[in-house]
Design a protein around this ligand. Structure first.
Ligand code: LLP
Length: 415
């Protein structure tokens, strides 16, 4: 493990034998620590963390996030539904919509959940159906970041957000439909380890916000990264980022109150939307080695972790550290291509990875699998999505989601 304390006093093979593999294993202590780090990012008092549950929406984890005082964002009625099940109140949920139907908008509005709109087209439709409702506008200030082009959401090549030069028009539409424009939000993309790009985005958003009266909230988005590869990636410097944000918040709120004295000195609120930072490191994925073979000089380690279980390496070429179990001192290090059991040659978890020599029935431990792991898992090849277990602060292991069953695969078919 990146941190040997991850399993507390539990042996990985005990978990694999009891719950079978593949298996997502979470550590409550790590999850809570990350929640607290985000909550304490700044000292500015009106500050909320909207946990971005698309990274991981396990109900038990959501309940823990709520206990830690986090709010949530949502990308779909399904996410809203699960968040309500976890106990979040409408005012603790922020619906960041993108190309949604009127029915989906209504699902949020009827519950009293604030909706963020991200195009003039959607805003006009929203205004026609829900005059007087509260809204937020998602703005593209031209700044983007991310570990892959596929997850950059600011700048010129993206379907997301209202380009800043259309902001005046959007504000006018809100005014004419008596919409209560109470927030501006932004998300520049997913994954940065250098706070500078985020701060650049924040400054651009604040400059845009100065032109919009009546705001109560400015939501800066997520994207906070963590090191998947400790050898090449440094941890994000949260204290330096927090200090810079604090300064920007204080300066802005003073300026905004002076510009719009009708807010009666009510301090503006700020929010962030971290997903990955909160859940990624709280989880490892256990898999079993079922075959070792050589083809044309390449050594393959065949496991039960297909890309239906963890999609990130196939979709984005993402790196996840892999450790092996049992630990064999003095085993020679070999170069393996670690693969899954899906019927595609691209089903590769790690290419040419140096690992201690493995045997059939060994375990692989895929690190930092808690964000966009289970939440992107599928039933491709009619494989069963894995179970999830939580190692509690009390050292007890709890099943927090059962593995799919074969019956689940035919649920919804007419008989
Ligand atoms: N807010 C909005 C509006 C988002 O679209 C996202 C992520 C977040 C917040 C949270 O971003 P985070 O803090 O987790 O970076 N599947 C990809 C990541 C896709 C991110 C989508 N949006 C991956 O596995 O890397």
């Amino acid at each position: 493990m990146k941190d040997p304390r991850f399993f507390q006093n539990i042996r990985p093979e005990e978990l694999a034998d009891t719950y079978a593999t593949p298996l997502y294993v979470y550590n409550e202590r790590v999850f809570r620590t990350r929640c607290r780090e985000m909550k304490n990012l700044v000292t500015y008092p009106n500050f909320t963390v909207h946990y971005s549950v698309k990274a991981n929406s396990n109900l038990t984890l959501l309940k823990i996030a709520r206990e830690e005082g986090l709010h949530v964002d949502a990308m779909s009625p399904g996410e809203i539904y699960v968040e309500e099940k976890a106990g979040f109140l409408p005012e603790e949920i922020f619906y960041i919509s993108n190309n949604v139907s009127i029915e989906e908008m209504a699902y949020a509005v009827e519950r009293g959940i604030c909706v963020s709109l991200d195009s003039i087209s959607q805003l006009r439709r929203f205004a026609a159906h829900f005059p007087g409702a509260s809204v937020s506008l998602r703005i593209n200030t031209g700044i983007g970041a991310g570990h892959s082009e596929k997850v950059v959401t600011g700048g010129k090549k993206t379907k997301f957000a209202i380009p800043e030069d259309q902001l005046n028009e959007a504000v006018k539409i809100c005014r004419e439909a008596s919409l209560r424009l109470k927030a501006l939000n932004q998300h520049i993309g997913s994954f940065f380890l250098d706070g500078e790009i985020y701060l650049e985005g924040v400054k651009a958003l604040l400059a845009a916000a100065e032109k919009v009266p009546g705001l109560e909230l400015i939501d800066l988005g997520g994207g906070f990264g963590m090191p998947y590869d400790e050898k090449t990636q440094k941890r994000l410097d949260l204290s330096s980022l927090g200090r810079s944000l604090d300064q920007l918040f204080a300066d802005f709120s003073k300026k905004y109150a002076a510009l719009y004295p009708e807010s009666n000195g009510k301090e503006i609120s700020f929010a962030i939307e971290p997903g990955r930072y909160i859940s990624a490191e709280s989880c490892v994925l256990l898999g079993r080695v079922h075959a070792i073979k050589e083809n044309a000089g390449h050594l393959y380690c065949g496991t039960d972790i297909g890309f239906n279980v963890l999609m990130r390496p196939v979709l984005y070429d993402s790196y996840h550290k892999i450790e092996t179990w049992p630990v064999r001192e003095n085993a020679p290090v070999l170069s393996y291509t670690v693969v899954g059991n899906i019927c595609e040659s691209g089903d590769i978890l790690a290419k040419d990875r140096e690992l201690p020599q493995m045997e059939e029935n060994d375990l692989v431990i895929v690190c930092d699998a808690g964000a966009y792991g289970y939440s992107m898992a599928s039933n491709y090849n009619n494989r069963l999505r894995p179970a999830e277990v939580l190692i509690g602060e009390d050292d007890q292991v709890r099943l927090i989601r059962r593995r799919d069953t074969l019956e689940d695969l035919v649920r919804g078919f007419e008989s």
